[in-house]
Design a protein around this ligand. Structure first.
Ligand SMILES: C[S@@+](CC[C@H](N)C(=O)[O-])C[C@H]1O[C@@H](n2cnc3c(N)ncnc32)[C@H](O)[C@@H]1O
Length: 381
């Protein structure tokens, strides 16, 4: 099988899959391949915090032109997977190939599947892009065409707990990935002091209490498959509910905007964490770390929305607040504004390259030491 992810999270996803029990785990570009049985496919969909979708390859063949693509797809025994009464959708990705347009490949694939049914039964499955019974994934690299079934259906970042979002929210998969990358040990406090919709906080709570990220999902693609094993799925889902662990520290969120904080509150309540996540309206500059150790992750607004002078002042003030109010904390900042990050005025001890949608970002770690307000300063010259 192949689990797709965001560029920069491949290693984290590989670790997640290995810990879940996958075998032959191999890191690919924006994906991880692995082996597992049907139960593991269900488990991976339910538990992988950093997977976008889990694909189950069914065949590969050579597709060097339109004709061979059409024939190759038409020869697959689609009746093993759907009936003419079912609906389908096709996703395609092409790279370094005769085919230039993924949309064309998706269309051609759909035609070939539909024609196979029409030729044999006189009836044809129809297309449903939002809630298909079967989602087919085509990947053509050079002239190798891999046909997979998408076992997730809707992308796994759609956890189902986010009722509403602020401007520029983080993807749930990226938020979980950042927490796992930070190495937060769950034996200390966790803070997001620019929490927006509360995505990072809710992902932190799911990790803290060992609750599967798929807990809130209404459905997964595999539930509509012909070979869906309801008993096996129920067993895996019910077993996941018994894995919850205790968490004895604090998860704290704040934001300067009352409107955004209200959105965070609604999402946190919907996710049933209103007793576990503390929320407060507060500018970062006035926020203060609680007693003890902890990890702070913030996702400040992007540079494109602020004037240059404002960005410098803003990032400088973030650095000053970290130095004076977050001693004993590991502070992480994700930003696409690589220039602005320099004005934090602290030397990052880690610097991770990651993508937030199309935006190339840095995820930087700053260790704030107790007793010294100096920390490790960066030379700003
Ligand atoms: C990019 S959004 C964060 C999105 C969030 N990670 C999510 O997933 O929804 C940036 C947030 O920082 C908040 N913010 C901006 N300046 C702030 C400040 N000085 N103190 C606290 N919050 C601030 C904004 O109100 C906004 O909610």
């Amino acid at each position: 099988m192949v689990a797709k992810t965001i560029s920069g999270l491949e290693e984290v996803l590989a670790r997640e899959l290995t810990e879940l029990g996958a075998i032959d785990v191999e890191v690919l570009k924006r994906a991880v391949s692995f082996k597992g049985d049907q139960g593991f496919l269900y488990k991976a969909n339910l538990w992988c915090r950093t997977a976008l979708r889990i694909l189950k390859p069914i065949t590969t063949f050579e597709a060097e032109d339109n004709e061979s693509l059409y024939e190759g797809i038409k020869n697959i025994h689609w009746e093993d997977f759907i009936t003419p009464e079912n609906t389908l959708a096709v996703d395609a990705v092409v790279s370094d190939s005769f085919f230039r347009h993924s949309q064309f490949v998706a269309q051609k694939t759909k035609d070939a599947i539909v024609d196979r049914f029409r030729d044999r039964t006189g009836k044809r499955p129809s297309v449903n892009l939002d809630h298909p019974d079967l989602k087919v994934n085509i990947r053509i690299h050079k002239n190798e065409c891999t046909v997979s079934l998408d076992s997730s259906g809707q992308s796994l970042h759609k956890r189902g707990y986010r009722l509403n979002a602020v401007e520029a929210p983080l993807s749930e998969v990226l938020a979980a990935g950042l927490i796992l990358l930070s190495g937060w040990d769950k034996r200390s406090n966790f803070i997001d002091a620019m929490c927006g919709s509360g995505t990072i906080l809710i992902e932190a709570a799911l990790i803290a209490f060992n609750i599967p990220p798929g807990y809130y999902r209404k459905e997964f693609g595999f539930e509509k498959w012909k070979d869906f094993d309801q008993d096996l799925w129920e067993m895996i889902y019910n077993a996941s509910l018994t894995k919850q662990t205790e968490f004895e520290h604090r998860i704290i969120g704040s934001d300067i905007s009352p409107r955004n904080l209200k959105i965070a509150m609604e999402n946190v309540r919907f996710a049933k964490f209103h007793k576990d996540i503390e929320l407060e309206e507060m500018p970062f500059e006035r926020s203060r770390a609680p007693e003890g150790r902890g990890t702070l992750i913030i996702n400040p607004p992007y540079g494109e929305r602020l004037q240059e002078d404002d960005i410098i002042t803003f990032y400088k003030s973030i650095g000053d607040t970290l130095k004076s109010n977050y001693q004993n904390f590991s502070a992480w900042i994700i930003s696409s504004d690589l220039q602005a990050l320099k004005f934090i005025g602290l030397k990052p001890t880690r610097n991770i390259h990651i993508f937030n949608g199309p935006l190339e970002c840095k995820f930087c770690k700053f260790e704030i030491y107790a007793g010294s307000k100096k920390g490790k300063y960066m030379d700003l010259k």
